[in-house]
Design a protein around this ligand. Structure first.
Ligand code: PLP
Length: 356
């Protein structure tokens, strides 16, 4: 099977797998326990904290481990509001876990890029009421990159905390240093599921109350093996060059040659993502690709057979269900192009025979 669904979950990096399995075997004690086994687990947790911090150039004390990027986003967006600043602004293309907390959605253009002029105008009018502004670095559906440096500048000028969901960026593009708060997700960057982090300052009020874990910022016994695997994945990515956009561009050219359209094709994009719209619905293409040994996705939620149109495409003014091809550093591009060609030919044939 050729796995082209890295944006949903990237495969475990070998370094993360070894560290994770070792931690499952050896580091199962509670890291808050005072005995040697507990303290061994606590030391491994702190080692992982240093690796996560190093990947994005922050201090280890500013890393709060959570169970998922969903939780990290919730923590950032629920915990900074005040009476004076009750608003949370989010771009209209954020992941649903950020979108859910937004009191205002900021529009994007047809390529999926944030409208910076509209943001500047809105901040000039209402910025004093905004606690936190959340704009992702890279979109999980289209791969479109947002102008993080400019957003940070605007937020800072209005005293607004800038939160950036970086889940899809590590190991693919250079990481921005400007955001106040950053979300990272282990399973998007080659670590195991069950770990993620909110990194930076100011520290939001905790979402989960109870124990004093994570310096009182996140109650609950941490999943030490998942976090150790997360740290190992971050360490493995450190110093890697950004991904080569060559395979993405070859795939994108093939999409156009096959009569499709690359979404966000005019914008800067992740080097691992091609989100394409064809005359055939994306879910049928995904099913045909699956039969041909290529695991892809539509990039949007599809529950119990009923299509939920993507809010990302809706914000871009694009109707339809796309097919998303998201991959790693090793990809057999020609095999994928052949499979896509064959999948589309089979759908053409099905359409032709049903209209006969
Ligand atoms: N943010 C982005 C950009 C994502 O792509 C995802 C998952 O698709 C999430 C957040 C949620 O991640 P998690 O599964 O770790 O909660």
């Amino acid at each position: 099977m050729h796995y082209l669904d890295h944006n949903a979950s990237a495969p475990l990096l070998p370094e993360a797998r070894v560290a994770w399995l070792d931690a499952v075997e050896r580091l199962w004690a509670n890291p808050d326990s005072p005995h040697t086994l507990g303290q061994r687990a606590a030391a491994a947790l702190e080692g992982a904290r240093r690796s996560v911090a190093r990947l994005i150039g922050r201090a280890p004390r500013d890393v709060t481990f959570t169970s998922s990027a969903t939780e990290a986003n919730a923590m950032a967006l629920q915990g900074l509001r005040s009476e004076a600043r009750p608003e949370v602004w989010v771009s209209a293309v954020e992941h649903p876990s950020a979108l859910a907390w937004g009191t205002r959605r900021l529009g994007v253009d047809g390529e999926g890029r944030l409208d910076l002029d509209a943001l500047a105008d809105a901040l000039a009018r209402d910025g004093a009421r905004v606690a936190v502004l959340s704009v992702m670095a890279a979109n999980n559906e289209t791969g479109v990159l947002q102008p993080v440096t400019e957003v940070a500048r605007l937020a800072r000028a209005h005293g607004v905390v800038f939160h950036c969901d970086l889940s899809q960026a590590p190991g693919r593009v250079p990481l921005p240093s400007e955001p106040d708060l950053i979300t990272l997700s282990s399973h998007k960057l080659g670590g195991p599921r069950g770990a993620a982090a909110l990194v930076g300052r100011p520290a939001p009020r905790p979402l989960l109350l109870g124990g004093a874990q994570e310096r009182g910022r996140r109650a609950g016994t941490p999943d030490v093996p998942a976090i150790v695997g997360f740290g190992a994945a971050c360490a493995a990515l450190e110093g890697l060059s950004p991904m080569d956009p060559g395979p993405r561009d070859r795939l994108a050219d093939a999409v156009v040659a096959l009569g499709g359209r690359v979404l966000g094709g005019g914008a800067d994009r992740l080097p691992n993502t091609v989100c394409a719209l064809f005359p055939h619905p994306g879910d049928l293409i995904v099913a045909a690709l699956d039969q041909l040994g290529v695991a892809a996705s539509t990039g949007s939620a599809c529950a119990s057979g009923a299509h939920k149109l993507s809010h990302v495409l809706a914000a871009m003014g694009v109707p339809g269900v796309p097919v998303r091809l998201s991959f790693g550093r090793v990809i057999a591009v020609e095999v994928v192009i052949s499979a896509l060609t064959e999948a589309l030919a089979r759908l053409e044939e099905t359409c032709a025979s049903s209209s006969r």
